[in-house]
Design a protein around this ligand. Structure first.
Ligand code: AMP
Ligand code: MN
Ligand code: MN
Ligand code: MN
Length: 275
């Protein structure tokens, strides 16, 4: 049975609720699944509070995906098996989520100035239960209103770093994220290294206390995968991988189970929690 260690729910910028995600994972016969929402563990708290964690028939790994501060590159750090009720973690996440709120208002303002008639209410409607308001929600509004054909086109034209409606927000330093994850009992893993766009920087980050590397990822080709596998070996890191499923039809993978990792990688992350 295959596994997936990188997925999002409606508590960040994914479309499926945690219950729907878990049901889809079961239907796809996944053995281990990690829920890794951006800057929040609320989706996992929700499952736990509904009495759905642990769950029969599937092993759910509580996770998170942080965005780290960097002037030019996008650095994402995954945390697996964090204590979802950890106080210091919760406090920091509240600060980050609040900063996302301020930032989304500024983005809407910039877009209005650029002539795109969208409102904060439009974005909040798309964001639904999500606390971590994201560029992805804003992009979906611009597509729904017919300004762009796809979310990717929106990022390309206005929302990517350096583009006219880009607004940065408060993000923790990589070192801070790594210690916070460890403090909360979790395992820090560097996400999608190819998307960082600079392997020199990747190697620097791997020497800051990271314990795993996301080697298997949809946008890594065979050559990238082999290179990151060798890098994981060089720094004696756990090997991770996942689909980065968001449940958005236009975005690969549109279904769970299409991109998976072997259970032998996933089980290393699960065992650590049950020690
Ligand atoms: P944020 O964390 O608010 O800066 O938003 C980043 C999110 O937007 C990512 O987690 C992705 O889900 C999404 N995203 C970023 N770039 C693109 C892109 N080119 N096409 C589609 N979605 C993207
Ligand atoms: Mn996302
Ligand atoms: Mn990411
Ligand atoms: Mn992700």
């Amino acid at each position: 049975m295959p596994s997936d260690l990188h997925t999002h729910t409606s508590f960040s910028d994914g479309r499926l609720t945690p219950e729907e995600l878990v049901a889809a994972a079961k239907a796809a016969q996944l053995k281990y699944i990690a829920i890794t929402d951006h800057d929040t563990v609320d989706g996992i708290c929700h499952l736990y509070e509904q009495g759905m964690l642990p769950m029969k028939g599937i092993q759910i790994i509580p996770g998170i995906e942080f965005s780290a501060h960097h002037e030019t590159q996008d650095i994402h750090i995954l945390g697996y098996n964090i204590d979802i009720y950890h106080r210091a973690l919760g406090d920091k996440l509240n600060d980050v989520v609040e900063a996302r709120w301020l930032r989304f208002s500024k983005m809407v303002e910039k877009l209005q100035e650029l002539g795109y008639a969208i409102t904060e209410a439009d974005v909040l409607k798309i964001a639904g239960t999500s606390k971590a308001i994201s560029r992805s929600h804003v992009a979906q509004v611009l597509v729904a209103k017919g300004f762009f054909p796809t979310v990717a086109a929106v990022f390309d034209a206005v929302l990517d770093k350096g583009k006219p409606a880009y607004v940065s927000h408060y993000r923790l330093e990589p070192e801070e994220i790594i210690s916070l994850i460890k403090e909360a009992g979790g395992t820090p893993v560097l996400a999608h290294p190819k998307l960082i766009g600079d392997d020199g920087l990747v190697e620097e980050l791997l020497q800051k206390g990271i314990e795993g590397l996301e080697v298997f990822y949809p946008r890594h080709d065979a050559v990238d995968t082999a290179r990151y596998l060798a890098m994981a070996e060089k720094y004696q890191l756990l090997v991770s991988g996942g689909s980065d499923f968001h449940g958005i039809p236009m975005r690969y993978p549109s279904e769970l189970g299409v991109f998976t990792v072997e259970d032998r990688y996933a089980e290393k992350f699960f065992r650590k929690a049950s020690l």
